[in-house]
Write a protein that binds this ligand. Sequence first.
Ligand code: VGL
Ligand code: ZN
Length: 210
Amino acid sequence: MAFTPRSEDLLLVVDLQHDFLPGGQLAVAGGDEIIIPINRLGRRFENVVMTQDWHPPGHISFASSHAGAKPFDIMGLPYGPQVLWPDHCVWETHGAQFSPDIELPHNQLVIRKGHHDVVDSYSGFREADRKTRTGLEGYLKERGIKRLFIAGLATDFCVNWTAVDARAAGFETYVIEDACRAIDTSGSLAQAWADMNAAGVKRIVAGDIA
Ligand code: VGL
Ligand code: ZN
């Protein structure tokens, strides 16, 4: 498959932040390996948007916010099951900043997500309560974007939820598999690909973009 990005296409770069990179609080194995490929992909796209995981201190998704809980436990919360994480991407901290190795000077918008105290948001579109919207869908539609190409971290959480919600919003959606890396906890990566397939998300590689 070969794609030549046009003006109604957009590269959506998910959570390329220090805390998800080697040395970070929730480091994703090999996360640093995708930065140069994403820089290269970015040069093919006129339209680029980035998401940024952006949590208040004491966020509900942090294991440290729940007595007796450990990172990677799953806890029932009012909006559904929540994996509990090490503290990560606390707003205004170094861990929440984008890697300085990213070269996407034409990035048009940063969507911050997960900034409400009691709701997480893996998706760039809708928070984990499945109701609260970030505004990204409206932005993309107003801009006339039809196809989304998604890369970043992590395949099985923020990339997955963002891609599934992109389909629900009616975008043709492609996940660039080799420009993503996964956390893979409790079978989450296999489940993520099953969910993305079921939603009609297409799986491609960076070499498919000419
Ligand atoms: C993410 C876990 C917690 C992600 C964000 O970017 O995939 N994962 N917060
Ligand atoms: Zn998070």
